[in-house]
Design a binder for this molecule. Structure first.
Ligand SMILES: [Zn+2]
Length: 85
């Protein structure tokens, strides 16, 4: 049967034989396409698991701002409580 390689879009002939293992490059037209696809996935994973220094600094900044706001809110609460007394 004719199959289309999901990487390069090339049509290729795939012969399914019952009880036979699938070809090593399945579902791509060749081993090369399968390796390229695998490499793309690995690159993506590498990018995601590597923390960016910029975002790390941003998180720290956000945390600092958050604790500042919390302190302000606490001070206001304490002040307002005193006012009602
Ligand atoms: Zn291909």
């Amino acid at each position: 049967m004719q199959l289309k390689c999901s990487l390069c879009g090339k049509n290729y002939e795939f012969v399914y034989i019952k009880d036979e293992p699938l070809p090593a490059h399945f579902p791509f037209c060749s081993k090369r396409c399968k390796l390229i696809d695998l490499g793309k996935w690995l690159n993506e994973e590498y990018r995601i698991s590597t923390p960016l220094p910029d975002s790390e600094e941003l998180t720290k900044l956000e945390q600092d701002t958050f604790s500042e706001i919390q302190e302000e809110t606490l001070l206001k609460l304490i002040k307002s409580e005193k006012d009602t007394e």
